[in-house]
Design a protein around this ligand. Structure first.
Ligand code: G4P
Length: 562
């Protein structure tokens, strides 16, 4: 079944094809408090993966009760088990990847989005589009990830649905195609009219229901509507007619291209609208997609020759027989006595089998995958089979880094696992000056692992950059426990960091000369511009139109000219 020969349409295994077609791998993106935890829980409940509501919530509320070391360790343990949740629904295998939010927000949140094939965006209907949703959607856009929108909390007094759609379209620059349309809101929320199925789904509040979402009434002219809603029925019919006329119809190719989002209205806490989201994932969300990989001309002569001939990238399809995958997240072990880590690997092609030998491309060596784990909704279990779309956890002692590619021999590196320009900065120095070396070593390793970004501003200090404050907290704890360095952190008054590339060496020299005080090097020696304020960034961008300022950088990529 698993032949090492490259797949062509003729030698695609039917079993692999069938198993890959069943996979749906997605994440939920939202601003804190919009209802992501509630929706996650309801999806698991409907999928039969948990038996009782409250499981995910209990985990969430137990987080960050205190910030002492053991608590952080425990929380990290918790997030290992809840960071990927696999369950079966309607004959499909669904992988739901958690995007850590609240205080857990970190670069991991962004990186998770590089490992999914679709996303569900939860919008709080009272608040509309909020800051973190905007950022997360920008990351989805890097890969044109298809987005399903869930407008939540319709059981509350919220904003007008038309206004919400306009806001999503204008702020997030994505077209909306309403699939369901709400009838009323708050106490007067009566349900949703399904514009494609031409039926009304009646809302009755209550958390206990599971499965069917309430009475279904087919047809806008159904007399049952007059019977149930004598006062509202005219308004309802006018509304539905109007929205049918005014909105664009759902278009599957546009959804798959990431330019149009089907929109569902509901109330997660009341189980209302959840089934539609699952159904949309099954019916519309894509199975594991092909991924672009760069050919690495490092090991064998054939690869080098191909790269020299200009064949630098290729698309890896999910049904190719040889196993490939990439690491998008590293989790340190919750037991500080053991230095081992779990690398989360998204399988991109082929089939994982316990004990298989793989090629670690960056290290150019063989690696045995003995004891990978699969993450079920409530537990982790030994993985005995995984195909494209699945996430496996690989125990290792630091050999695997974020962005690493594993293959069955081919020298490939998957693209699209970026570093994101940090927004928070700290300067680190050892409390004991004799520990400077340890601090440097520890930060280098933590930086390579992707826990934090490490910059050298050339002043003797080490500059740390992050997108979420928890990253600093974890780095400080790990420096103490794993490297025995107690460091002092001073806030660095910076607004942003941008990787810079130049059209030629002359411009580079000139820029680095004139802006020397604002330059630093990242962990791979790439030049970085540090802007103290938003205005200063704008000014420098205007002054140097020929210089490119980048807010993302690929892992393992050396920023060259351009
Ligand atoms: P998050 O993970 O996106 O941060 O959001 P979470 O699901 O925790 O929901 C945030 C708050 O919104 C919770 O209330 C939750 O109960 C509430 N909520 C979620 N969905 C709905 C909905 O459809 N309607 C209404 N009215 N509320 C909803 P909380 O008071 O913060 O927590 P709790 O005490 O209810 O657990």
């Amino acid at each position: 079944m698993n032949s090492p020969t490259p797949a062509t349409p003729a030698n695609v295994s039917p079993e692999l094809q069938r198993d890959v077609a069943k996979r749906r791998t997605f994440a939920i993106i939202s601003h804190p408090d919009a209802g992501k935890t509630t929706l996650t829980e309801k999806l698991l409940l409907f999928g039969g993966a948990i038996q009782m509501a409250g499981t995910v919530k209990a985990r969430k509320s137990s987080r960050h009760a205190t910030s002492d070391w053991m608590e952080v360790e425990k929380q990290r343990g918790i997030s290992v088990t809840s960071s990927v949740m696999q369950f079966e629904y309607a004959g499909q295998t669904i992988n739901l990847l958690d995007t850590p939010g609240h205080e857990d927000f970190s670069e991991d949140t962004y990186r998770v989005l590089t490992a999914v094939d679709a996303a569900v965006m939860v919008i709080d209907a009272a608040k509309g589009v909020e800051a973190q949703t905007i950022k997360l959607l920008e990351v989805c856009r890097l890969r044109n990830t298809p987005i399903i929108t869930f407008v939540n909390k319709m059981d509350r007094e919220v904003r007008e649905p038309v206004e919400l759609l306009e806001e999503i379209e204008s702020v997030l620059k994505i077209d909306c195609a309403p699939v369901t349309w709400p009838i009323g809101m708050g106490k007067a929320f009566r349900g949703v009219f399904h514009l494609l199925a031409d039926r009304l789904q009646r809302f009755t509040p209550g958390e206990e229901k599971r499965g069917a979402d309430g009475e279904l009434i087919t047809g806008l002219d159904n007399p049952r509507l007059d019977e149930l809603f004598p006062d509202e029925v005219k308004h309802l019919r006018d509304d539905v007619d109007l929205i049918r006329g005014a909105s664009v119809p759902f278009d599957l190719p546009r959804f798959l291209a990431g330019t149009q989002s089907p929109v569902f209205f509901g109330s997660g806490i009341n189980n209302f609208g959840v089934q539609e989201i699952l159904q949309a994932l099954i019916d519309w969300a894509p199975p594991p997609q092909p991924r672009e990989a760069t050919k690495e001309a490092t090991v064998n002569a054939a690869a080098t020759a191909a790269v020299q001939e200009g064949e630098t990238t290729r698309m890896v399809t999910a049904t190719e027989a040889p196993f490939t995958g990439f690491v998008f997240k590293i989790q340190a072990n919750m037991d500080p006595k053991h230095r081992d880590r779990i690398a989360f690997l998204r399988v991109c092609s082929g089939r994982y089998r316990p004990g298989m030998k793989v090629h670690h491309v960056r290290d150019a060596r063989e690696m045995k995958l003995g004891n990978a784990i699969t993450f079920m909704a409530n537990e982790r279990v030994a993985s005995d089979d995984a195909v494209a779309g699945d996430i496996i956890g690989i125990h290792n002692h630091g050999q695997l880094q974020i962005g690493d590619t594993l293959t069955e021999g081919e020298d490939l590196r998957f693209k699209g696992i970026p570093y994101f320009a940090p927004e928070l900065f700290n300067l680190a120095r050892p409390r004991d000056p004799f520990k400077a070396k340890q601090l440097q070593k520890g930060l280098k390793e933590l930086g390579e692992e992707g826990a934090v970004q490490v910059f050298d501003p050339g002043t003797g200090n080490i500059l740390l950059g992050a997108v979420g404050p928890l990253q600093f907290e974890i780095v400080a704890q790990r420096l103490q426990s794993e490297y025995k360095v107690d460091a002092v952190y001073d806030s660095a008054n910076l607004y942003a960091a941008r990787w810079v590339t130049f059209p030629d060496d002359n411009t580079r020299r000139k820029f680095e000369n004139e802006e020397a005080a604002r330059m630093a090097k990242d962990i791979d020696d790439n030049p970085v511009y540090l802007a103290p304020t938003r205005v200063s960034l704008k000014i420098v961008e205007e002054r140097w139109p020929q210089v490119n300022f980048h807010s993302i950088r690929e892992h393992g990529q050396r920023m060259s000219h351009g």
